[in-house]
Structures are given as structure tokens and as C-alpha cells.
Design a protein around this ligand. Structure first.
Ligand SMILES: [Mg+2]
Length: 198
């Protein structure tokens, strides 16, 4: 089986990480989320921490980009605490079964790379793909696969677009803020449930 994993909010606790970033920036988490919506979601742009820091600096809400980005990058030195419970065990289980694991993540290349490197999960994956935009447009390499394909992802809309692009595949929807962003009647799970499900 080929298992396609998402990173943010699937194996990585992005919300907890965002809370810690907001604390460093001295911004209330609700305000931080509003800023992210205003500067990225509403503009259909992918979240970019460094761009956000530049905006906050221009609005005189932070005094230094360098100090803050250093502090935030320091969070990544102990980033394993942002992995959801049992996430590593889930990757290990699939890997030990002989499945082919693919990580597909959307975000700024250098930032996603830093995150993935710090999590020490690279060895579980046969392939790691980081994209700036839509995943479903970059899945042609899976169309000719005869193997079963499973997508494990928290974002319902994104997952259904991927499924459509691939053709035949199974979906395990992870519960989170985006697991209801498209109409469906699937049950949602935590990543640790994959230990029992598969
Ligand atoms: Mg995600």
C-alpha cells in the first residue's frame, strides 16, 4: 500500500505550535489567527511566517524580525513535542508493514523543510514532497500506480480534491479545524487511531 501523509494538523500539532509562536510575538492567539486569516487565507495565500513577521514589523507590532524569528526557530529544536501522540508509532507501523510512505506538505519550502528536518521523521518516508500550492495538481505520478493508495489528512476539501485527482484511493480523515471544510459523512480520527485502524 502507498500511504500519503499530510504534515500540518495530521501528524504535527500546528495549533499548539501557533500558540507558542503567538506567545513569543506577544500576540493573543485569537488576534494571531485573525492576522493569519487577513494576510493569508483571505488573500488565498499560503501562510508564511517570515512574511507575517515583516507585516508585524511594518505595523510596529514587533520590534525585531531577527530576534523573533530566532526565538521561533528555537522552538523547533525541541519540536518532537509538537508531534501528535503516537504519530511516530503510526509511521513506524506502516513502514514495518512494508508500505510505501509519502509525505506531501504545502507551505513555504524553507520553513517546511526546517520543520520536517527538526522532527526527525524523514527516514520513515520514501518520498517527501513540499509544494507551495494545491496538492491535487501534483499527483500525476500516482495515477499509474497499481498499488492501493491511502490518504491520511485533516483537510477534508484538500483530501477530496486529491482523491479525485488520483482516482481510486482510500481516505482516513483526521479530526481538526479543517476536517469539516467540505461536505462529507466520514468519521474523523486522531492520528493515534491509525494504530488500531490499519
Ligand atoms: Mg493539514
Amino acid at each position: 500500500m502507498i500511504v500519503i501523509f499530510d504534515l500540518d494538523r495530521t501528524i504535527f500539532d500546528t495549533e499548539k505550535f501557533k500558540e507558542d509562536i503567538a506567545k513569543i510575538l506577544n500576540i493573543n492567539i485569537n488576534q494571531y489567527n485573525k492576522d493569519c486569516e487577513k494576510y493569508f487565507t483571505d488573500k488565498k495565500k499560503t501562510y508564511n511566517l517570515y512574511e507575517l513577521l515583516r507585516i508585524l514589523k511594518s505595523e510596529k507590532r514587533i520590534s525585531s524580525i531577527k530576534n523573533n524569528s530566532e526565538k521561533i526557530e528555537n522552538l523547533l529544536k525541541n519540536s518532537k513535542r509538537y508531534l501528535f501522540p503516537k504519530a511516530t508509532e503510526v509511521l513506524e507501523k506502516f513502514k514495518n508493514r512494508g508500505d510505501k510512505l509519502i509525505l506531501i506538505s504545502v507551505g513555504p519550502l524553507s520553513w517546511q523543510k526546517k520543520k520536517i528536518n527538526s522532527l526527525k521523521i524523514k527516514n520513515y518516508f520514501d518520498r517527501i514532497i513540499i509544494l507551495e500550492k494545491e496538492k491535487y495538481k501534483n499527483l500525476d505520478f500516482l495515477k499509474k500506480e497499481n498499488d492501493e493508495i491511502l490518504i491520511i489528512n485533516d483537510n477534508a476539501g484538500e483530501t477530496f480534491d486529491m482523491k479525485k485527482a488520483i482516482g481510486k484511493c482510500d481516505v482516513c480523515l483526521i479530526c481538526g479545524p479543517y476536517s469539516g471544510n467540505a461536505k462529507h459523512n466520514l468519521k474523523t480520527y486522531n492520528i493515534k487511531d491509525c494504530l488500531k485502524l490499519f
